[in-house]
Design a protein around this ligand. Structure first.
Ligand SMILES: Nc1ncnc2c1ncn2[C@@H]1O[C@H](COP(=O)(O)OP(=O)(O)OP(=O)(O)O)[C@@H](O)[C@H]1O
Length: 233
């Protein structure tokens, strides 16, 4: 549990955190907080450390320096065996969707449910229908990933991220492979999910989306992460 006195609503809290890739320092002196229900952008140019920051949050890079809690997990004392439990409270969405190409959408989602401990077939079927409904893809469960457009695949990836009712969704350039119109559609899905109370941290290069859907914005620059006001973006 947290070494901080957490104010009930905190979903992510970092204090004096540094992020390393192997022995290389990527980010330093990060102190920030994200509260339940916020929609937060993470911007910064290529190589500034956005993906490394995300990886540290979902336990792919260890927290070696500073203190951090995320969805009530202490990142500093996180052990290898805790990571699956942390991931169940997070929904992670990637730029390249990462759907399994050898099975249809229903079976992609079933695979994740089984891997995260679900057993009851009728409950799993109901959950799959529920998450596909949330991204408006209820009729596509029998399609294979290659039979879907990029935007549809990303909707499925978002549905997959919702399977375990995560408290926080980490989206690493979710619109990076999509055309502007499809990006807006995927963004609307994320906005709707945010409106139901879920917290979202989204790394993006897409300034048009930020202008269209302004929200709190963090920037990676010069080994630091800091909040920027929209005009300064
Ligand atoms: N596996 C790795 N091993 C060593 N260094 C790495 C590794 N991955 C990334 N880095 C380095 O860490 C720094 C930050 O990379 P990162 O991928 O986090 O940036 P980014 O802001 O996400 O970039 P992009 O927008 O291109 O995805 C870069 O200098 C990069 O070379």
């Amino acid at each position: 549990m947290s070494t901080f006195i957490t104010m009930g609503e905190s979903i992510l809290k970092l204090k004096d955190v540094a992020v390393f890739q192997a022995e290389n320092l990527v980010l330093n002196d990060i102190s920030l907080e994200i509260k339940k229900g916020e929609f937060v952008y993470l911007i910064g140019k290529t190589g500034s450390g956005k993906s490394s920051f995300m990886k540290m949050l979902y336990g792919d890079l260890p927290l070696k320096q500073g203190d951090g809690t995320i969805v009530d997990f202490d990142l500093k004392t996180l052990r290898e065996r805790d990571i699956p439990y942390l991931r169940r409270k997070l929904g992670v969405v990637f730029q390249d969707f990462k759907l399994l190409p050898d099975r249809n959408i229903n079976n992609n989602l079933l695979f994740v449910l089984k891997a995260t401990g679900w057993k009851d077939k009728s409950k799993m079927d109901a959950k799959i229908e529920e998450v596909l409904g949330k991204v408006d893809m209820k009729t596509k469960g029998f399609k294979f990933p290659h039979e879907l457009s990029g935007g549809e695949q990303q909707r499925i990836a978002i549905a997959r991220a919702l399977l375990n009712d995560p408290e926080l969704i980490l989206a690493d350039e979710p619109t990076g492979n999509l055309d502007p119109q499809t990006s807006v559609e995927v963004m609307k899905v994320l906005q709707d999910i945010n409106k139901t109370g879920r917290t979202i941290l989204m790394a993006t290069h897409d300034y048009a989306l930020i202008l269209k859907y302004p929200s709190k914005t963090l920037k990676c620059d010069g080994n630091k992460v800091f909040e920027v006001i929209q005009r300064a973006v």
